[in-house]
Design a protein around this ligand. Structure first.
Ligand SMILES: [Zn+2]
Length: 256
């Protein structure tokens, strides 16, 4: 006979409900957008499911390859062999373990998603690997929802929190960034992959940065501690973080 489960252990959210100012119902009502279903996207979706978010849309046009498997918890080698859409794999596997969350895939490139799609979400998680898609997401979300943008490079990671009327991702762009962005695209907008070598990536740094993204969102939602307008740099070699205020740029095209 199976042992009786104590009342205190019968609720899957019991331990997180013990956190000060927790509001599980508020979390359940959230409708969030995760842009990018790679390493950061996998980890971020996992955390949002565990926390009990009610509605998630996962955006990614890409398919699974073996090189994803060192840091993507939802993918396995059969997904890579059959070239499945990343967003589909996450959604299918999430639905099995977390049936209370309504999770939907979107196979479009972020640049092709209509502006209205960004306006119906309560928060956006930037889990992208290139500057062009980041800036597009930033511009589309700025007036409608807070953006928690993560990035990694080997042992190093970053989190930037954007919440109107704070500074945004584009406020932090300098001339060198713009030059790199122009270099990456040809004059007809074609992506020049040979100028974009694959970035070193570790599952450890991915987990840290995703946790920072989701914790920043939780603090924003539950404790009005948004961190808006800040950039946090994480150094995985020293376990130190540095936080910078990103000044709001008067000439930024996102919020004239
Ligand atoms: Zn800006």
């Amino acid at each position: 006979m199976a042992p009786e489960i104590k009342v205190v252990d019968a609720d899957r959210f019991d331990r997180q409900k013990r956190v000060a100012q927790w509001d599980q119902e508020k979390i359940r009502k959230q409708n969030v957008l995760v842009i990018g279903a790679g390493a950061l996207g996998n980890e971020t979706v996992k955390l949002l499911l565990q926390l009990g978010v009610g509605k998630i849309t996962v955006v990614d046009f890409d398919t699974v390859v073996p090189a994803n498997l060192n840091r993507c918890v939802f993918f396995d080698s059969s997904d890579a062999q059959t070239h499945r859409f990343k967003a589909d794999v996450i959604v299918e596997k999430a639905a099995k373990t977390f049936p209370d969350t309504a999770i939907t895939p979107d196979h479009r490139a972020v640049e092709t998603i209509p502006e209205t799609a960004f306006q119906t979400h309560d928060a956006v998680f930037g889990c992208l690997d290139n500057l062009g898609a980041r800036l597009h997401t930033n511009a589309q979300t700025y007036h409608y929802a807070p953006l928690f943008d993560g990035g990694t490079n080997g042992f190093f990671g970053k989190l930037q929190v954007v919440s109107k009327p704070s500074s945004c991702l584009e406020c932090g762009m300098n001339n060198r960034d713009y030059k790199l962005l122009w270099k990456k695209y040809s004059c007809v907008g074609e992506v020049l992959d040979y100028l974009d070598p694959k970035t070193p990536a570790l599952p450890t740094t991915t987990s840290v940065v995703s946790a920072m993204q989701v914790n920043a969102w939780l603090a924003n939602l539950l404790q009005q501690n948004s961190g808006a307008g800040t950039y946090v740099h994480y150094n995985g070699l020293t376990q130190q973080t540095q936080t910078f205020e990103v000044p709001k740029r008067k000439t930024c095209p996102v919020h004239p």
